[in-house]
Design a protein around this ligand. Structure first.
Ligand code: C5P
Length: 239
């Protein structure tokens, strides 16, 4: 049993730990997220290792800088063959549009498939106090929808957002816009540093295309059983 909607976050520091987890999960998981903890620890070869095992990769490096730097940074990642890359929507429309346009052009020039490009809206760990401290005048949900609309206008394929905001994003940006949701916690699981969370079933019901799950699988006594139980929950909504 597997699900094309589950992305397991490889927030680990060594090749050995990655290989152990990927081998344990076997065919039940085909999509993995490589984030900054792993990428900065072991370097790009881990992406090649996963690709050689026919796994799909969301390279979650969350670029946030001036337009040219972000666009060129993304283009430098093209040779790795990741399936999905991301940037911060709060870098603004010009940054996102420059990034999307340049990535498309460079992929065409190189004759490689263009990875999906998505934008992080508001981190799922942001709570009410954090939000107040940032000084935004609108509600989190409104800001997420704002940023999602901006990302769509700039030509991005979708966004990363909390499963709580997925419904409003779907309404605002349409059926073809990708919604990737971390902040997934099965009923009764530890919340850790996440805040705006939902269960796998409710994330799917709210319209998420992909669910990013890290600690509920990685830290489980039996990671494969934890993954299968989440997959079963996802599939129960799809049926
Ligand atoms: O362990 P957990 O399931 O909380 O992991 C969630 C993963 O999703 C982490 O790798 C985190 O970096 C990532 N993420 C997130 N919130 C975002 C974007 C990415 O939690 N807005």
């Amino acid at each position: 049993m597997n699900s094309e909607k589950l992305i397991v976050a490889l927030d680990l520091k060594t090749d050995a730990d990655v290989k152990k987890l990927v081998e344990t999960l076997g065919d039940s998981v085909n999509l993995y997220k490589v984030g900054m903890e792993l990428f900065y620890s072991v370097g790009p070869d881990i992406v090649r290792w996963l690709k050689a095992r026919d796994k799909k990769i969301f390279l979650d490096l969350k670029l946030h800088d001036i337009p040219n730097t972000v666009a060129e940074g993304l283009c430098s990642l093209l040779n790795l063959g990741a399936d999905m890359l991301n940037i911060h929507a709060s870098g603004g429309y010009t940054m996102m549009k420059t990034a999307a346009d340049k990535l498309k052009l460079r992929a065409e020039e190189l004759g490689v498939e263009r990875p999906k490009l998505i934008a992080v809206t508001v981190l799922t760990s942001i709570n009410d106090a954090d939000w107040e401290g940032l000084g935004y005048k609108n509600a989190v949900n409104d800001q997420v929808v704002n940023l999602a609309k901006l990302a769509a206008k700039a030509g991005l394929d979708g966004v990363v957002a909390s499963p709580r905001e997925a419904k409003s994003i779907r309404e605002a940006c349409g059926d073809d816009f990708l919604i990737v949701t971390p902040g997934i916690r099965p009923a009764g699981a530890s919340i850790d540093d996440q805040c705006r969370i939902e269960t796998p079933a409710s994330a799917i019901r709210n319209g998420a295309n992909y669910l990013v799950v890290g600690r509920p699988i990685r830290a489980a006594a039996d990671p494969k059983a934890a993954a299968l139980s989440i997959i079963e929950e996802i599939n129960s909504v799809e049926r």
